[in-house]
Design a protein around this ligand. Structure first.
Ligand code: UDP
Length: 412
């Protein structure tokens, strides 16, 4: 059944150095009227992917400012997650039809979970399409409900959207990453725009000692003396792992000792992951300088991002791209697909490069590898951009402001 996710504690005062005292004071003030209010987040996985990454840190931080917060993950069969992956792809715009028996699985799973989850909270935040129909099976629960859509919903595949849309319309509020992601027919609903964020103090992003980075690089078989390009992403067609191998091969014609590292976790709600990983392994062949890794710890991901000379994010579609944010924060030069939320993070030529083809990505990567001073300058600007716009403290403020608004609308 649906599981409560345990998270490690997190304290707002520890963020003073990075976010600034004024910001922290403002957060405390915003939280004053919300003391003791209860919140429940529900999503599909406790591990792998952006939403889980963010909740792990945001849930305890919201608790630290005085709210009662729980996070639960949905329980579902492989058929259910197969279906919701299709649903996810359809919402992004791919033509994926949902069969009647899949609709039944989806509804039955949502109903069974709804029966088991204690929804008696002031605010319930449901993330993404998998648990979206919970709202249908919880009449008269009293609280205010928000649907947090992490996907670009501007052009969904119509036939499949028709199945999901009645549930979406039952929510009191909708949350999107970017204004551009809001489907026209939803624009009359109360919509909050809340971009994602990273936690600068998490294992994934905290500053590391040189020795720690060196130890992990060695453990993973990377040569620290030779250039390294890296992509961190689930093995997913939209993250184009085969294209990443092409970029590396192209660049290696000119930089013969180049190494490629690809890091991808297998999320429990992503059945395609293993299939696409195998495909990438076959495509990479016998090259000993292509390192394909799965399910590394956050500390390892952190160290390997820091050890990379250039970070690639060859997405052809992307919700936001937290991996980009993480790399920018680490002052890395990033070359990324010009898609989804990536252009809000990268100003072309200033805080990284935006590209549309494999050749362009290879060219920009080569240029960066050959220009270490420019790489450093780009990395410094990138870090400041993330500090101003995409830290967890800003994210917390956005949620507190939404909860205050929902409390008002809910009559309390
Ligand atoms: N991630 C990870 N290990 C991996 C691959 C990804 O920890 O092997 C993390 C990554 O650091 C980021 C998140 O998973 O925090 C992926 O979020 P993003 O928005 O980039 O993509 P999504 O998977 O949500 O499409």
């Amino acid at each position: 059944m649906a599981q409560l996710v345990k998270v490690e504690a997190n304290r707002l005062k520890d963020y003073e150095d990075v976010a600034g005292r004024d910001d922290i004071a403002q957060i405390r003030q915003m939280a004053e009227d919300l003391q003791g209010r209860s919140v429940l987040h529900v999503n599909a996985t406790a591990y792998g992917g952006g939403p889980a990454e963010m909740l792990t840190r945001l849930v305890p931080l919201t608790k630290d400012v005085g709210l009662e917060v729980d996070w639960m993950v949905l329980d579902g069969s492989p058929e259910f997650f197969q279906m919701t992956k299709g649903l996810h792809n359809a919402l992004h715009g791919t033509e994926v039809d949902i069969e009647p028996h899949q609709e039944e699985t989806y509804l039955a799973t949502n109903k069974a979970n709804a029966d088991a989850i204690p929804f008696d909270r002031d605010f319930v935040v449901i993330h993404d399409p998998q648990p979206c129909a919970l709202v249908k099976f919880t009449p008269g629960n009293g609280g205010m409900w928000a649907w947090r859509c992490h996907i670009d919903l501007s052009k969904p595949y119509e036939a499949t959207w028709r199945f999901l849309s009645p549930f979406v319309k039952m929510y009191d509020a909708l949350i999107f990453t970017l204004r551009d992601y809001v489907l026209r027919e939803l624009q009359h609903k109360p919509v909050s725009i809340i971009p994602p964020s990273i936690d600068p103090l998490s294992e994934k992003n905290k500053v590391l000692e040189y020795a720690t980075v060196a130890r992990i690089v060695e453990k993973r078989g990377i040569d620290p003396e030779r250039p390294l390009v890296t992509q961190v992403s689930r093995y997913d067609p939209w993250k184009d792992p085969l294209g990443v191998v092409d970029v590396y091969r192209h660049a290696r014609r000119e930089i013969h000792d180049l190494q490629l590292l690809m890091i991808g976790s297998m999320a429990t709600d992503d059945p395609e992951g293993a299939v696409y990983y195998d495909k990438t392994v076959r495509y990479a062949g016998e090259d000993p300088d292509i390192h394909l890794q799965t399910n590394l710890t956050d500390l390892e991901v952190n160290a390997l991002q820091r050890a990379s000379d250039v970070i690639l994010q060859k997405s052809v579609r992307e919700g936001f791209g937290l991996t980009v944010t993480e790399a920018l924060w680490k002052e890395r030069a990033v070359v990324a697909g010009n898609t989804g939320g990536i252009p809000t993070q990268i100003t072309h030529g200033e805080t990284g490069f935006l590209v549309s083809t494999t050749e362009e990505m290879a060219e920009r990567t080569l240029w960066l590898l050959r220009h270490p001073n420019e790489r450093t300058q780009i990395g410094e600007k990138a870090h400041e951009h993330v500090r101003r716009h995409f830290l967890i403290t800003r994210h917390l403020k956005d949620y507190l402001s939404l909860f205050a608004d929902l409390a008002k609308r809910g009559g309390g």
